[in-house]
Design a binder for this molecule. Structure first.
Ligand SMILES: [Zn+2]
Length: 380
């Protein structure tokens, strides 16, 4: 009987999870009556060597009705770090891309940064916390963007990527506005608070911050890889045509439209731990969008952190991937190791040289938790 209860539990959990709508951007656009990508002007000759120089200034509006919705600064920081990894092909899962697609991996070269000034020029954290009487906002509505409807008005959308983090009803994880689709005061990205940032204590396929990676892809003019099915209208030849979204975490290869599907693309619908790459065309398309459609972002100088600075300062250990030891710079402290499902695997103590011995771990992706900071690493 106990086994039966366990089975029922897992079936019901899976049923709940399968009801989640990975992304509501297409529904949002249909509501607007928009069905086709905004064409970008391709006349700007991009200097590929300088792709790392684009800083994206971000303000995160956290709309909360109770304490659980008022997510921590750490969660926000983990999201920014995750974005910077994903948009620079520094994410650990990039090592698992099948040989067939390795040459297609694109480095977007965006460095997301929390703005360090408010609209009045005062020093600011980049995290705008606002209490709301609204218990939940209807999925892919615009109420969270309007102060007179319980939301918060955006900061200048020409010069900021506005991200609203709030409680969304209707099983929506998030949605975004594509360039030119809406008026300025509605422009930006909306993410349900449960799926913003990395939270490995949250048992969900969407706990690694990839909802924001995906939605910001739309914000910079990317379509879903399965857009228009086998007709392949996502405007990128290096994403194979795909008849429909892929869910879960499928093994390679999966076939669709008589070719192998790039299920690990950030613009498909797979679980967070199973999406890993943008293509070169997608990266180019986003850079074109930045330079042509969203160039005001480049003129916001309230972010000054380089990719290298933010990456080095936010990573509390090295190397990654690692085979035998992780150097955490602190001696005789305990760290906890979790697997990708959030299960605690082991607790390890650093030696006097600040090294953690991970030689006995099986190869794979893990999380190291040290002093309330959680970082991803790969054991090879
Ligand atoms: Zn989407």
């Amino acid at each position: 009987m106990r086994i039966l209860y366990v089975l029922i539990f897992f079936v019901s959990v899976n049923t709940c999870l399968s009801q989640k709508n990975r992304c509501s951007t297409d529904e949002y656009r249909a509501q607007l009556g928009v069905f086709k990508t905004t064409e970008t002007n391709h006349t700007i000759d991009l200097d590929i060597a300088n792709i790392n120089e684009h800083t994206i200034p971000v303000v995160v509006h956290i709309l909360y009705n109770d304490a659980s919705q008022n997510i921590s600064d750490e969660r926000v920081y983990s999201q920014i770090e995750s974005l910077n990894n994903d948009y620079n092909a520094l994410n650990s899962e990039i090592n698992n891309i099948p040989d067939q697609f390795i040459d297609e991996i694109g480095q977007v070269g965006f460095n997301f940064c929390l703005v360090q000034q408010d609209p009045n020029g005062n020093s600011f954290s980049g995290i705008n916390r606002v209490y709301t009487d609204v218990e939940s906002f209807q999925g892919f509505s615009d109420s969270m963007k309007k102060s007179n409807e319980g939301g918060v008005d955006p900061w200048d959308t020409e010069t900021h990527l506005n991200i609203w983090v709030c409680n969304l009803s209707g099983n929506t994880l998030g949605f975004a506005t594509m360039p030119g689709d809406v008026s300025d005061e509605l422009d930006g990205v909306v993410i349900d608070y449960l799926y913003f940032g990395i939270d490995i204590s949250f048992i969900s396929p969407y706990n690694l911050g990839r909802t924001a990676t995906h939605e910001i892809g739309h914000y910079f003019n990317l379509e879903h890889t399965f857009y228009a099915g086998c007709s392949d209208w996502d405007e990128c030849d290096d994403t194979p045509p795909t008849s429909s979204p892929t869910y879960g975490c499928p093994s390679y290869p999966q076939t669709s439209c008589m070719t192998n599907t790039m299920t690990m693309n950030f613009m498909d619908y797979t679980d967070d731990q199973c999406m890993a790459m943008f293509t070169q065309c997608q990266a180019q398309r986003m850079r074109n969008c930045l330079l042509n459609n969203r160039s005001g972002l480049i003129n916001n100088y309230s972010c000054t952190t380089s990719i290298e600075e933010s990456y080095l300062s936010s990573n509390s250990f090295y190397p990654n991937p690692a085979s035998n030891f992780l150097n955490i710079k602190e001696s005789h402290v305990f760290v906890e190791i979790f697997d990708v499902m959030g299960r605690k695997i082991i607790e390890l103590k650093a030696n006097q040289r600040g090294q953690i011995n991970i030689s006995k771990l099986n190869c794979g992706t893990y999380f190291l938790k040290l002093q309330n900071k959680t970082k991803q690493f790969i054991k090879i």
